[in-house]
Write a protein that binds this ligand. Structure first.
Ligand code: IMP
Length: 196
């Protein structure tokens, strides 16, 4: 049987990115429609990634299950929004979150004061496994949103060498450098090696 795993998310953007990273080698399966994931209660990305996978494992047996949690960590804000990236403005709202973050950063006028990193942790469970894979990418918070692609904070996260935000990149271009692709390429390599 082809290698596969269930991805513990309802986020269509993450799903699209992860499917593209896995390519033809690994099939990404969706949770059944009736499943509603509870809001994450963990204190770290690692804990939340595990909690998502563990929740789905109550319904899906005998398959690998992968949970993932990501966040944006801004240096001058002591790592905020971090674990709370999805609800930074008080609710799950990308535009509101961006507005709030730009507001919090308004007194930091120099580029070097706007350093940030995106981090993803993926947790693989099932078939007696429990493993974590981490990916990280460094960048800067822009002064205003740029670009139409992607999701979340993509329009205000600029990649230093390219000078473009994630939202100005195609999905394939983002997947060459992103935090999520770094974590999921490690997971992919692990699963492929494991299958031999
Ligand atoms: P969660 O991992 O579903 O808890 O969500 C984390 C939040 O971080 C998302 O709602 C986005 O706002 C943000 N985020 C995570 N990954 C990305 C990304 O690749 N680009 C932009 N924002 C992201």
């Amino acid at each position: 049987m082809k290698l596969c795993f269930y991805l513990a998310t309802k986020n269509k953007n993450k799903l699209k990115e992860i499917k593209n990273i896995m390519g033809d080698e690994i099939k990404v399966l969706l949770p059944p429609d009736f499943i509603e994931f509870p809001e994450e209660k963990g204190k770290t990305l690692k804990e939340n990634a595990y909690l998502k996978a563990e929740y789905l494992s109550r319904y899906i047996k005998d398959y690998y299950i992968v949970g993932e949690d990501s966040g944006l960590f801004v240096e001058k804000l002591n790592g905020l929004p971090g674990i709370n990236s999805a609800h930074f403005s008080g609710k799950r709202d990308d535009k509101g979150n961006i507005k709030k973050l730009l507001e919090e950063m308004k007194n930091y006028k120099k580029k070097e004061d706007r350093k940030a990193r995106f981090i993803t942790v993926a947790c693989l469970i099932g078939k007696g496994e429990k493993r974590f894979f981490k990916g990280e990418v460094k960048g800067y918070i822009t002064f205003s949103p740029r670009g139409k692609n992607g999701f979340g904070y993509d329009p205000i996260f600029e990649i230093p060498k390219i000078g473009k935000t994630f939202a100005e990149l195609s999905l394939e271009e983002k997947n060459k450098i992103s935090h999520r692709s770094k974590a999921f390429l490690k997971l992919k390599e692990y699963l492929i090696k494991r299958s031999f």
